[in-house]
Design a protein around this ligand. Structure first.
Ligand SMILES: Nc1nc2c(c(=O)[nH]1)N[C@H]1C(S)=C(S)[C@@H](COP(=O)(O)O)O[C@H]1N2
Ligand SMILES: [Mo]
Length: 406
């Protein structure tokens, strides 16, 4: 009785806080009834996203930012894209959450409560760039199926957690370990409890990197539900599909992890370039690891009509998967000539870097400002959409904005 009352109060408590107003007559609402507001929720309010975010899909929820919304050095929740393969879990009780480490290459199977993870291991905070492998997909021709991301499926938030490495080493990693695979509690779109929406992972060397975290905080607060509350893996610089949300199990594998969406063609590109539209056999598809070099102009907003007094200041971020970005240039003449931008160092490895430039335009009129980043291995962004691939991954073409100078 006490417990039922407690649950009811909690539910109503959250209800009131999500409704952001008094829940009048809530005591006469039939038990088990779901308020309309929840049956047909407003995603902006539900996920606390800015109204400028673009909803690409609601089953499952997929939401992206626009370039100018990503202007912050550290992405706040309201501008962070959401990518789900299944249904977001409900009624998570963090106090009962646990993580089990198992697998062929684990010395033993061991479980930790969330509290044990937090207290037993040292905590670290890193800024980590997470970009969906399909970011930029909308530009491929012939079109690739899937969420038609434009440029906004990327974020760089501050993640706090413990090193996956410390936890794996506490359990014991056998010398034949090659991969880790995560398991999570979100539900398959079919509703079938035996099917996982996604279960991916990373090679053991990536799992053992210092920056690979089992995170329980984002930007200093509990991770928002849509982003993996109460525990998520964060493997910065890799396709964000490797960063499992709502995880409760990690398997140390002696084979490349074979969970859902690990097999071709998911998150794979042709091992060798193919012609646009060409059919590619599964065995000719290679798994995506580190993401390619890319940049985004986050200020000004594309299409802005600007008065030029001195110069126009542009700014944005650049990132290159596992690598550092060594230069960013801009062009106002469609790539005929390029000039250097100022480029900052990353706050830590795998964080995006900030660039800026003061642009003097020769006269009034319409311009496009293009930005091009180059990584430390001298790979630059292509000016147009790069290698077509069947699933539309890894479009790292130069970002551009339109500017009118009056
Ligand atoms: N459990 C679980 N983890 C997941 C996913 C998912 O659907 N379920 N989607 C993955 C993909 S494809 C991406 S791009 C990122 C998106 O992270 P975000 O929604 O926090 O931005 O989460 C990854 N982790
Ligand atoms: Mo993704």
């Amino acid at each position: 009785m006490q417990r039922r009352k407690f649950i009811r109060n909690t539910v109503l408590g959250t209800t009131a806080s999500i409704l952001a107003t008094d829940f009048v007559f809530s005591e006469t609402m039939p038990k088990g009834y779901e308020p309309l507001e929840f049956q047909d929720p407003d995603p902006y309010r539900l996920f606390e996203k800015d109204e400028g975010m673009t909803i690409l899909n609601d089953k499952p929820w997929n939401i992206e930012a626009k370039a100018h919304l990503l202007d912050d050095k550290i992405t706040p929740n309201k501008y962070m894209f959401i990518r789900n393969n299944g249904i977001i879990p409900k009624n998570i009780e963090a106090s009962k959450w646990g993580l089990t480490i198992d697998g062929e290459s684990a010395r033993k199977t061991k479980s930790f409560t969330l509290q044990e993870l937090k207290t037993k291991f040292k905590q670290y905070t890193y800024l980590l760039t997470l970009e969906c492998g399909g970011n930029g997909r909308s530009e491929f021709n012939p079109p690739a199926k899937g969420n038609q991301w434009t440029v906004g499926a990327v974020s760089c938030a501050a993640w706090t957690g413990v090193r996956l490495k410390d936890v794996l080493e506490d359990v014991g990693v056998k010398s034949d370990a090659v991969y880790i695979g995560y398991h999570a509690v979100d539900t398959h779109l079919s509703g079938d409890p035996d099917k996982e929406p996604i279960s991916r992972g990373v090679p053991i060397y990536k799992a053992l990197q210092e920056e690979t975290l089992l995170a329980f905080k984002m930007n200093g607060k509990d991770i928002p539900l849509a982003h993996g509350y109460p525990l998520r893996l964060v493997a910065g610089g890799w396709p964000a599909s490797a960063s499992g949300k709502w995880i409760n199990r990690i398997s140390i594998r002696n084979i490349e992890h074979d969970g859902t969406k690990m097999k071709a063609p998911a998150y794979r590109v042709p091992c060798k370039p193919v012609a646009p539209g060409e059919k590619v056999k599964d065995e000719d598809m290679c798994i995506i690891e580190s993401m390619p070099v890319k940049s985004l102009i986050t200020f000004p907003k594309s299409g802005a009509m600007l008065k030029q007094e001195k110069g126009l200041h542009i700014r944005g971020h650049a990132w290159a998967g596992e690598l550092e970005v060594k230069a960013v240039e801009y062009s106002i003449d469609f790539g005929a000539t390029w000039k250097s931008c100022n480029l900052g160092k990353p706050k830590n490895r795998l964080a995006w870097q900030h660039f800026g430039a003061e642009i003097i335009f020769p006269k009034k009129g319409y311009y496009e400002v293009w930005a091009r980043a180059t990584d430390v291995n001298n790979r630059s962004q292509p000016m147009l959409v790069p290698g077509w691939n069947p699933k539309g991954y890894l479009n790292n073409a130069c970002h551009r904005i339109a500017v009118k100078i009056k």
